[in-house]
Design a protein. Sequence first.
Length: 411
Amino acid sequence: MAGQSTQRKVRPWVTDLLLGAGVAVTVSIVITANEGGRHGPDQVAYLWAVGLGALMLVRRRYPVVVLAVSVLGLFAYYAAGYPAIGLAVPVAAALFSAAEHGRIAASVAAAVLVIVVSVVFRLAEGQDFSFVVGYELAGHVLLMGAAIALGDSLRSRRAAQADARRIAELTEARYRHEAQARLRDERMAIARDLHDSLGHTTSVIALHADVAREALGRDETAARSALELIRSTARRSMDDLRRTVTLLRSPGDPPRTVVSLTNLDAVTRAASAAGFDVDVRVAVDTPLPAPVEAAAFRIVQEAVTNVVRHSAGSRVQIRAEQHDDQLTVTVSDTGSDPAPGTEPTRDAGSTRPPTYPEAADGRVEPPAVVRSGHGIAGMRERAESLGGTLTAGHRQTGFEVRAVLPLREPT
């Protein structure tokens, strides 16, 4: 791919260089013939030929300017009395370049101007009308018209190719979108089947669990049979679940971040990259219930995100401590109390404390609550959904988010 990109960048310059060299050489050969004119060719005449060729190097950027300079240069050449070189040969490349870049009107106008001025001056000098108009004029017109037509056809073909590429890209995108939609619909159908299957399996397990509970101590055979049925049903359900999840999982799906307090690297990495010193301390004695650990992880994630966005401090502390039957999660930064009525900002290397607006009830809250209401409100909903609490506010050391999550279901 890199080679193709380099080739595309170099090819236009090579083409322009070859075209310029061809123009310079062709005009120089015609000048060397030394036909007509008041005096023979000299260094200035050949430098003029080289100048016409050099104009081709900028023909893509300034096609109309190149055409105008070529026409004026042709008039100046003949006015200086140098040998005749015709009309079409010196300006053919300029006409082609202008037409290639869509300047058809400028090309036609330049060709007509050159022909009219040439015919008028030659007839004014007393040259034979039949020779000038009947013999030479047709050849000049045909050559100039061919140059313009070639440039316009090349432009039209490139435009057609570009349209074809765009159509192919759009068609491919549409097919890809339809394929993704079909895959998404298939996955939804599989998910619905999985939901129905798990719902049935759970009902069967719950029913036979009640049978086993009633049979304990009275009918050991019935209890054992019910437990065996529960075990086999659960095993089949897990096998079905694994197969279904394998179908739903795409080969290119990125690995998911493990939601665990022991895996806070993904959370703290953003704060470290923003210039904060991150101090993490997790003191958990026993494995936490999955919902509690997931909620604690998301609370830490949201709180650290708020620190990175709004705090002007330089340090953030993360604490997770287990006390008896509850987990306490604390995230605090080193910003100081704000001045009411100002907005929080954080500049790289700044030591200015974060500032937050004052709420209507006199409490000072971060912009996540005052403006959008999603940051701290979302964390509070997570904590309260588990029977816990969450507080957020300013302390002497800065802003602090503190969540207390019970490890047991409330009675």
